[in-house]
Write a protein that binds this ligand. Structure first.
Ligand code: ZN
Ligand code: ZN
Ligand code: ZN
Ligand code: ZN
Length: 350
């Protein structure tokens, strides 16, 4: 009897099914893969970091895992360390210590004062850039988002490009309490068309637009939070295969499949606060970049079969193989399964 139950237990998420055909159906829709966040205690795989958090430290955690995790687990990256002293030394690096964030706010305040135009696009060799924008309001009720300040940051967290931008439409609400932008910031600001061209050039990195998508192209990977909206407001087009959006990345989304805010993700997974009072696009860039870097080096085994962006179109469990699939072990079924999203760890192999 016991072996019958075990036979129908999913080898990834440990859900159990009375009938083997239900397990096969579960595998068909789950897209389990080595790229899913995993509990270091019981090895259970979760769809997102949010469900892994619930499993380890949520209001109703898995009791045995929570007990081990509370002694030597990091509540930011959710990794299990070898000992409680190893955890202590790990925390400083994982948390992005206060000095680092102090530096950020000092630097950004400096920029705000100087109203400075920065362009290091030619010099930067960074393959990855992060984008942040601040929007002011246009239209009769001020609800239309107009980009008024833009920042690009490289892998080393140095500013590649920063400018105040003059929108094409009149500004009806400066949203000063959150943007810190006043009319005088925009008086001599860069015209949006000019900022557009410059940003496009920096992203393409010397490649013509038609070559940007091809393998081996020098075009840069663009990181951000809610990139589609930012690019729309800027009027910049960039292929989606080069976008890494922390608002749209399944492992960083809510279990309800809605986006988390950048403020929440930074607090929960990086351990510090952003967007208190006047918001700085530099701070947003750095937060999105750090989240990307954390997701990019999760220590997944190298896996060529999984993580293709078109995996959702591929059916690894075709109906004509049903009888054969029902005879397979749960482990063999899992081996067949592939991710339905592009895991960012694959960027580190290119
Ligand atoms: Zn499962
Ligand atoms: Zn991965
Ligand atoms: Zn567990
Ligand atoms: Zn950690």
């Amino acid at each position: 009897m016991q072996s019958y139950i075990c036979r129908n237990k999913c080898a990834a998420c440990y859900r159990q099914y009375n009938k083997v055909e239900h397990l096969v159906e579960h595998m068909r829709v789950s897209f389990h893969s080595v790229h899913e966040p995993k509990c270091d205690v019981c090895q259970k795989q979760c769809r997102s970091y949010e469900s892994l958090r619930e499993h380890l430290i949520g209001p109703l955690p898995k009791v045995e895992c929570a007990r081990v995790f509370s002694v030597r687990g990091c509540n930011l990256c959710l990794k299990l360390l070898d000992s409680s002293s190893a955890l202590r030394s790990h925390r400083a690096a994982c948390q992005f210590s206060r000095t680092a964030t102090g530096l950020i706010s000092r630097m950004s305040r400096l920029n705000l004062q100087a109203g400075s135009y920065i362009d290091n696009g030619q010099m930067s060799g960074s393959r990855v850039v992060a984008l942040g924008c601040k929007m002011v309001g246009g239209g009769s009720d001020g609800s239309l988002d107009l980009c008024a300040r833009v920042c690009l940051v490289g892998e080393d967290e140095n500013i590649i490009f920063h400018a105040y931008v003059k929108p094409q439409l009149p500004v009806t609400n400066y949203r000063y309490e959150s943007t810190g932008i006043r009319p005088e910031h925009l008086r001599d600001a860069v015209p949006i068309k000019q900022a557009q061209r410059r940003i496009q050039d920096i992203l393409c990195n010397g490649e013509p637009m038609w070559k940007v998508r091809s393998k081996g192209s020098k075009a840069r990977i663009l990181v951000g939070h809610g990139l589609e909206h930012d690019l729309n407001c800027l009027g910049v087009e960039y292929p989606s295969i080069l976008l890494r959006d922390t608002a749209k990345y399944p492992p960083l989304m809510k279990t309800s499949k809605l986006s988390n805010s950048l403020k929440y993700l930074t607090q929960t997974y990086l351990g510090y606060e952003i967007q208190n009072g006047i918001q700085d696009p530099y701070e947003d860039c750095v937060a999105a970049l750090r989240l990307y870097m954390r997701m990019r080096y999760p220590g997944h085994p190298r896996d060529y079969a999984s993580g293709c962006s078109d995996a959702s179109a591929r059916n690894n469990y075709p109906a004509w193989r049903q009888r054969e699939l029902e005879r397979m072990t749960p482990e063999a079924l899992l081996d067949l399964s592939g991710s339905d999203y592009y895991c960012w760890c694959l960027d580190s192999y290119n």
